[in-house]
Design a protein around this ligand. Structure first.
Ligand SMILES: Nc1ncnc2c1ncn2[C@@H]1O[C@H](COP(=O)(O)OP(=O)(O)OP(=O)(O)O)[C@@H](O)[C@H]1O
Length: 324
């Protein structure tokens, strides 16, 4: 039986449908990441799983318990990190850790966890006096200090510097190694790729892909990304506006865009790469600083989700720059 089971979840706020028809299983010991554009329903889903919001329809089970109904029992086995921690400003780091440890049967050593997250020197500092990054790390420590069976982490490392982020990832990995099942929301593709066994890609309140990070990437019809600066043959200078329509017409080319820095980027099949090079050569264009790389989760995200934030764009047109 999955540790987290979501079936047919629907949640509306007035006339806004935040999520609809969400089905999601998280296996014991799994780290599942939720990705998606702003307003696609990620936080709403996590808050429903945490029992903080009541769904309009659907069913939820967390370690055999029903969020909302079994609140007290759930609070003893679930650790939650929300975007707004909602801690009292006067509470010190040490007091907060002690308070949260007291909710659980077998908590970790809170001071050691704080030290790991570089909060050792701040143990006697009040929450309200911590920097944003320190508050964020404390929220993560509080979510994990109880060695919870399930951790729900919303925007785990948003706003953290690269070193802190890496430490946070290691802390989450260690929690999983001790048996914690993790559902996390992230905007960082690197984080999803590093940490998550599977990712659920949300778009406009629905799941549009649910697979391993590699599986989601392979689902886009463009396994390869080729990019270059357009320079005239024998010259290093830019050679004017590119004919993106001609490139887009090549068989196997799915997407062409001109990035802000002028780099031309194509999403395409492997087979189309020589075709594109031939076309450029025929037109007397020398591709400058040519890069041909495998598509990443970033590319899949752009390819599979709506163009604009908050779900007003059409699916599959992930770029806001020029599109051919
Ligand atoms: N308390 C609320 N009252 C009214 N509408 C809400 C409320 N919370 C969320 N919404 C709306 O529900 C939709 C989903 O919001 P949600 O916060 O779940 O998205 P999200 O994917 O977590 O977004 P973000 O990446 O910006 O955090 C959005 O249209 C949002 O405006």
């Amino acid at each position: 039986m999955p540790t987290i089971e979501v079936r047919g979840l629907r949640k509306t706020y007035g006339t806004t449908v935040a999520v609809d028809h969400i089905d999601l299983d998280v296996a014991e010991g799994e780290i599942l990441g939720i990705l998606g554009p702003n307003g696609s329903g990620k936080t709403t889903t996590v808050e429903c799983v945490a029992g903080l919001r009541r769904p309009d329809a659907g069913s939820l089970r967390v370690a055999g318990l029903t969020p909302g109904r079994d609140r007290d029992r759930l609070n003893r086995i679930v650790g939650v990190q929300l975007q707004q921690a909602g801690l009292q400003a006067k509470l010190t780091v040490r007091e907060a850790l002690e308070l949260y440890s007291s909710f659980y049967e077998h908590p970790a050593d809170g001071v050691a966890l704080a030290e790991r997250l570089s909060l050792g020197p701040k143990l006697d500092t009040r929450y309200g006096k911590l920097s944003g990054g320190q508050q964020q790390r404390l929220a993560i420590a509080l979510a994990l200090v109880g060695r919870p069976r399930v951790a729900l982490l919303d925007e785990l490392s948003t706003g953290l510097d690269p070193r802190s982020r890496r430490t946070v990832w290691e802390v989450v990995e260690d929690a999983r190694a001790e048996g914690t099942t993790v559902l996390l929301v992230t905007h960082l593709m690197e984080e999803a790729q590093y940490l998550c066994d599977r990712v659920a890609l949300f778009d406009r309140g629905r799941i549009v892909a649910l697979d391993t990070p590699e599986g989601v990437v392979s689902r886009t019809r463009v396994p390869t990304v080729m990019s270059f600066f357009r320079t005239a043959s024998g010259s290093a200078s830019p050679a004017g506006a590119p004919d993106t329509a001609a490139l887009a017409a090549i068989d196997g080319v799915e997407r062409v865009r001109v990035r802000e820095d002028g780099r031309i980027e194509l999403g395409l099949t492997d087979e189309a790469v020589p075709e594109v090079l031939d076309r450029l050569a025929a037109e007397g264009i020398r591709p400058g600083r040519l890069r041909v790389v495998d598509a990443t989760l970033d590319d899949a995200f752009l390819n599979l989700t709506s163009a604009s934030a908050d779900g007003t764009g059409a699916p599959g047109t992930g770029d806001t720059t020029e599109e051919a």
